[in-house]
Design a protein around this ligand. Structure first.
Ligand SMILES: [Zn+2]
Ligand SMILES: [Zn+2]
Length: 325
């Protein structure tokens, strides 16, 4: 089962984690090493158990915690050759680098990782799609504009972690930032506005799309309710009203959740019990009676933290033929 959590996101630091069986991959290490450890522990992951770290790009809010984090542990660190060079200059601890080229696909144990170039003012920034056996998580952080390649790579994912940096009007009206900074943010190599993100989300949405987590929200030029409303409205208009949309937080981790839609519940009720399940509760008790809809059942299970006992057995390595979605 593929699960993911955003440990923190915003201009002060970004990091997320994807889990597939016993494989645990940290995406970016832009929080302090201490915060990375605390937040991993908060969602039930031992920081020493990470299999690898993958980096989107070298900016400090994505790689600033790597050096200290790697002093006490030695996960493999995957980054493009150019990003490796840039980050290695700032890192004193011995890092076990694994270099890849943007556009390559590689596997970390049973987890397949597709990479693709994105436009941003960094040396060689990339986005990712993580694929488990049946589900996929797309990760797109720090991108100035949406390209055809981005749309193609993210189309059909089950969950998407995507930046939604600013509201255009709030950025225009902001008095703290000089004009040059505003230009950089909204340039084709800066960040995505809520409207740009909303457009991308409906373009890549399919019946599979279960969850969208918005990240990298500007503190001054955006607000969680503004960003989520923008994306939800576009999804509803496009015929995808059931997609969960929420914002990552800067100061705390989101719970570790399943990437895909829950499997349909197996109903094994005895014949005499079955009619009870179908009977509607009296209207006056409607709110107090637990819903038996598959959707409600899912929310009860997937929104909470999962105990270690509920984790699936470690996956056997996938064969190419099994990576079909
Ligand atoms: Zn950046
Ligand atoms: Zn950033």
């Amino acid at each position: 089962m593929l699960r993911f959590s955003v440990l923190g996101s915003g201009s002060s630091g970004n990091s997320a984690v994807v889990c597939f069986g016993d494989t645990r991959v940290l995406i970016d290490a832009g929080l302090s090493a201490r915060q990375l450890c605390l937040r991993l522990e908060a969602i039930g992951i031992d920081p020493n158990s990470l299999t690898a770290i993958v980096l989107t790009h070298e900016h400090g809010d994505h790689a600033g915690g790597l050096d200290v984090f790697c002093r006490k542990r030695a996960p493999l660190v995957y980054a493009t050759s150019h990003t490796c060079e840039m980050v290695a200059e700032t890192v004193r601890s011995r890092v076990a680098w694994r270099k890849f080229e943007a556009g390559e696909t590689f596997a970390i144990e049973g987890l397949r990782i597709e990479t693709f170039s994105v436009p941003h003012d960094a040396v060689d920034p990339v986005g990712f799609v993580f694929r488990g056996e049946r589900t996929a998580v797309g990760v797109l952080s720090d991108v100035g504009h949406v390209t055809a390649l981005i749309r193609e790579r993210l189309r059909g994912v089950d969950s998407l972690f995507v930046e939604s940096n600013y509201d255009e009007l709030m950025l225009q009206n902001d008095t703290k930032r000089p004009w040059s900074t505003k230009q950089r943010i909204s340039s084709r190599h800066g960040h995505l506005s809520n409207d740009q993100t909303a457009e991308l989300v409906v373009e890549i949405a399919s019946e599979r799309l279960h969850r969208v987590v918005l990240g990298h929200l500007s503190r001054d030029c955006n607000a969680p309710e503004v960003a989520t409303a923008a994306i939800r409205q576009r999804l509803e208009r496009a015929g995808f009203p059931g997609v969960d949309v929420e914002c990552a937080r800067q100061k705390e981790a989101l719970p570790l959740r399943d990437a895909g839609h829950p499997a349909p519940p197996v109903t094994e009720a005895a014949p005499e019990e079955a009619p009870l399940l179908l009977r509607e509760p009296p209207a006056e008790y409607g709110n107090a009676t637990p819903s038996r809809s598959p959707r409600a059942a899912h929310h009860g299970a997937a929104d909470g933290r999962r105990s270690k006992r509920s984790e699936p057995a470690p996956p056997t390595p996938l064969r190419q033929a099994e990576w079909v979605f």
